[in-house]
Write a protein of this length. Sequence first.
Length: 715
Amino acid sequence: MATRNYLKIDFKDIKTYVNPGRRKFLKRLGGGILIICSVGDFSSLHAEILQSRPMPTDLNVYLRIREDGKVELYTGKIEMGQGVNTSLAQMLAEELDVNLDDVVMIMGDTDLCPWDMGTFGSMTTRFFGPPLRAAGAEARAVLLKLASEKLKVPLERLVVYEGMVQDRENKEIKVSYASLTKGQQIVEKLKDKPPLKKPEDFRIIGKPVFRQDSTLKVTGEALYAGDIRLPGMLSARILRPPAHGAGLLGLDTSALESFGDVVVVNEKDLFAVLHPNPERAHQALSRVKAEWKVPDPEVNDRTIFEYLVNKAGEGSTVDREGDLTTGMNASSEVVEEKYLNAYVAHAPMEPHAATAEFENGKLRIWASTQTPFRLQETAAGLLDLPVESVRVMQNFVGGGFGGKSNNQQALEAARLARITGKPVQLIWTRKEEFFYDTFRPAAVVKIRSGLDNEGRISFWDYKVYAAGERGSRHFYDIPHHQTVAYGEWGGSSGIHPFAVGPWRAPANNTNTFARESHIDMLAHKAGMDPFDFRLKNLKDPKMIRVLEAVGGKFGYRPDRFPSRRGFGMACGIDAGTYVALMAEVEVDQSTGKIKVRRVACAQDMGLVINPQGALIQMEGCIIMGLGYALSEEIRFDGGKIHNQNFDDYEFTKFSWIPEIQPVFIDAPEEPAQGGGEPSIICMGAVIANAVFDAVGSRIFQLPLTPERVLAAMNG
């Protein structure tokens, strides 16, 4: 049996650091070497993206060599299933030359970890990875210098293997990192920065490693915000409106008189009942009678698309080259179409949850959050506390996909803990989860394009409404083009009837669906196979490489189009990663139901830190993407959300999962890029294109429900 490497987040160690503050933290480290590394523009980049307080540049990366030989890695990133707790540990272990098992991850604790903007956008590996590797290399150089002094051996004769420094000429002369750190507390910066390891020297990076949290999650040892138990803790249920925009007219709480053991909070916009038993709190809230004024619906899920186009306002040019009029004049064919997609929920397995404790002027929060430092700052402002008096504690997050960034549940728990003087736990019901979710925005894309007599794209006029510009720039060889975005998802509350937000590659799912569907339409108009058509209109060598790679893996052979084989393809770029997918589908022409038989996916993501982790993310994206492509759609009238649980919101089932054929382009000399989102962006387009190839009818709206398939076939 192959040996599997397990890492473990050490909650026992973390519990010994109770609200130490930065200076106290440094004092309480005791024995061991704390390495502080300068990472230059890394901090300013984070600050620019989030516009929040930046950490000083010399405190962005922490790692500590403990007396027992363990290496603590401090990062403001969190683990929500993407596997960075393993890949980050691999990067540090590689550069530091220690066993992977000896790396202890400490993540997302605002008292212990350097400030971070949050975990989203597949940016952890791309932005945190390089300075982390630099920190490991610098720490290794510092330890070699200490070993040289201790062993009285010239620095150039020393080598390191698994945390042991040896004289290469006499292996009996050696000292461990643990021995070097014993009884010492050293903070040192090197004047000359050591180089990073080259790919040919890697022992840990690039090797498949078993996910460190798998055993914890399977055995139930992994701690989530809802698993925290504190003495005297109360469970909370909060009165919610029936629709967004509803106003409370009256409240009858007389029935609570028979619930003498519940705590009632009625403060401004917050009415809650609390009890040590969550079921008792639920029963008490059900007795409360509330009268609401619900505004008349202005829009619903059928009229939303025209509404968004009218509300989007003036557009901003994303990309432009050449002259559209010149391109139109050179066109022998013009193709114009509109593409739509619905609102989609994040629907994570773990609903939003938080546990908060307010004691002696200090607030501690365990939260299901992608943005612990944003939560710290917001909670401090809400409760009028100094930022250093608020600590967001470490725990796992059970899926986020962009939806656990706003922290509403944690702020509610914090308010209730402050008001009651008791620890409070708040776990949203599935109904609350759907109601308050920041949905992936519904959107409209309009494309007008042309072909010349040689089957080349002569112009491209692209307009995206209400989704955002991510993924809207094309990568084809088009001399005359313009891309305009009308209304971003961020800060677009004036456009959408309720809150929207990032959903795993924000905007790119929408833009890729529209662009790649339209490219297939152009191929059909040109009388060409879509594979050949794409290659004819591509110059980018990376995109050509992934397209050819996925074609080879899929066993694709060009044919007449539509071929009735049910084959589809789509390409895209996200988080610096180039991706191409091919799919095979079957369509039941009597019901309109789509069965996806297999999906091949090729990714060029530069250096792959953990191939197994990258594969899991690719597969996860494909599986999750089946949902938004085939079935996921929020139904609503005005501010009233009709989907309230998984019985009326259908996402990917186990029976839907196709055969997945993965390909990773070997490019270890190139920087590592994001892997948590790229393959999902093509799922809507690749299935829509495969459906067209199968039945000769095109669907222009996601999801591709049986009703829409039948309508297209009968239209």
